[in-house]
Design a protein around this ligand. Structure first.
Ligand code: PEP
Ligand code: MN
Length: 338
C-alpha cells in the first residue's frame, strides 16, 4: 500500500504515520519527493486492509493499493527514475554508466592492467569476480579474499569503484567490506536468502536476471532486496536460455522497455554473458544504447587468449577503447550522458 501524505505535512506528522505503519506490522519505506511524500507500507499481504484505516489520520491524503505484485520496485510506488551513483559511475535517469573489466580476478598484474586500460578508455566502474559461480566444479573458482584485495588495490590505483559477485549468503560481510557494489549473479537471482542479506547490508547492488526468470520474477527478486532497505539497486539483463545455440544465451533486449514501463529501477545490459562471442559485443552495445538502457557491463581482458574464464567473449583493451569512442558519439543522440 502507498500512504500519500498531505502537502504541507510536517516531519512529525510523517513520523507519527510511520509509527502506526510499524504498529500494524508493516515495514515503512519513505520517499520524500519535491511535491509529495509517500510511504510504501510492505509486509504480510493478508493484513493490508488494516492500513486503509490510516486514511482517518489528518495528515494523510489517501491510502492506495499497489496493484503489481512487486511493490517498492514498481512505478506505482515511485514515478521518478531511480538514479544510482557510485563514485563517477551513474546509472539511470539521463545517465549511461559503463562497467568493464575481466570475468575474474586472476592476478594483481592482470587486474591492474585491465583497470588502467578500461579507465583510460572511459569506463566508470570496474568489474572482476573474486568468487566465481562456475558451471563445473573443476573450473577456476576465483581467488576469493585475495581477489577482493586485488580489486581494492585496483580501485586505489585508478579511482574506479568496483562491483564484484557474492555467491554465498555467508560471504556478504566479507565482500561488503571491500566492494562498492554487490553483484548477484544470474544463477543466484532467486536465492532469496542471499537477496535479503545483500538488501540489509546497506551498500548498492547489481542484480542479474536469472537464466530462466521472467521479467515478473526478476522484479520480484528485486523486491526482496528493496524490502530489506536497499534503495540503490541496478538491474542487469544478461541473456536468457532459449533454443538458440549460436549465442551462449539470447539477449532479451525488449527487457529494457518492458522494465522501464513497470519499474523505476535502472536497467543495464551485459552483452558479454548474453552472447559469449566477442564479435557480437559491439553491435549489441549500440543496440543497448538505442533501446534506452541505463548502461552496460562488458568483459575486458588484457590478454583474452590466456584468460582463466570467458576469454572468447572478452574484449581486448584496444577494442574496448574503440567501442567507447563510438558509444560516446552515439550518446549525442541517445539523450543520456556516458
Ligand atoms: C559474471 O558477470 O561474472 C557472471 C558470472 O555473469 P552471470 O551471472 O550473468 O552468468
Ligand atoms: Mn564471465
Amino acid at each position: 500500500m502507498i500512504i500519500v501524505m498531505k502537502p504541507g505535512s510536517t516531519k512529525k506528522d510523517l513520523e507519527a504515520v510511520i509509527k502506526k505503519v510499524k504498529e500494524l506490522g508493516f515495514k515503512a519505506h519513505t520517499i520524500t519527493g519535491v511535491e509529495r511524500t509517500v510511504i510504501g507500507a510492505v509486509g504480510d499481504e493478508r493484513g493490508k486492509h488494516k492500513l486503509q484505516t490510516l486514511e482517518t489520520i489528518d495528515s494523510v491524503e489517501k491510502v492506495i493499493e499497489i496493484l503489481q505484485s512487486f511493490k517498492l520496485a514498481s512505478l506505482e510506488f515511485k514515478k521518478e527514475p531511480t538514479v544510482v551513483k557510485v563514485g563517477g559511475a551513474v546509472f539511470g535517469g539521463d545517465h549511461f554508466g559503463v562497467i568493464a573489466g575481466p570475468c575474474s580476478v586472476e592476478s594483481e598484474k592482470q587486474m591492474l592492467d585491465a583497470a588502467i586500460g578500461v579507465k583510460k578508455a572511459g569506463a566508470k566502474m570496474l568489474r572482476g569476480g573474486a568468487f566465481k559461480p562456475r558451471t563445473s566444479p573443476y573450473a577456476f573458482q576465483g581467488l576469493e579474499k585475495e581477489g577482493l584485495k586485488i580489486l581494492a588495490k585496483a580501485r586505489e590505483e585508478t579511482g574506479l569503484p568496483f562491483v564484484t559477485e557474492v555467491v554465498n549468503p555467508e560471504d556478504v560481510e566479507l565482500v561488503g567490506e571491500y566492494a562498492d557494489v554487490f553483484q548477484i549473479g544470474a544463477r543466484n537471482c532467486q536465492n532469496f536468502s542471499l537477496l535479503k542479506r545483500v538488501g540489509r547490508f546497506g551498500k548498492p547492488a547489481l542484480l542479474k536476471r536469472g537464466l530462466s526468470t521472467t521479467i515478473q520474477e526478476f522484479l520480484m527478486s528485486a523486491e526482496y532486496i528493496l524490502s530489506e532497505g536497499c534503495t540503490e539497486l541496478v538491474l542487469c539483463e544478461r541473456g536468457i536460455r532459449t533454443f538458440e545455440t549460436s549465442t551462449r544465451n539470447t539477449l532479451d533486449i525488449s527487457a529494457v522497455p518492458v522494465i522501464r514501463s513497470l519499474s523505476h529501477l535502472p536497467i543495464i545490459i551485459d552483452p558479454s554473458h548474453a552472447t559469449g562471442v566477442r564479435k557480437y559485443i559491439a553491435p549489441l552495445c549500440y543496440a543497448s544504447m538505442a533501446v534506452g538502457a541505463d548502461g552496460l557491463m562488458i568483459e575486458v581482458h588484457p590478454d583474452p587468449q590466456n584468460a582463466l574464464c570467458d576469454g572468447p567473449q572478452s574484449l581486448k583493451i584496444e577494442d574496448f577503447a574503440a567501442l567507447m569512442k563510438k558509444l560516446k558519439e552515439l550518446s549525442k543522440f541517445s539523450g543520456k550522458k556516458i
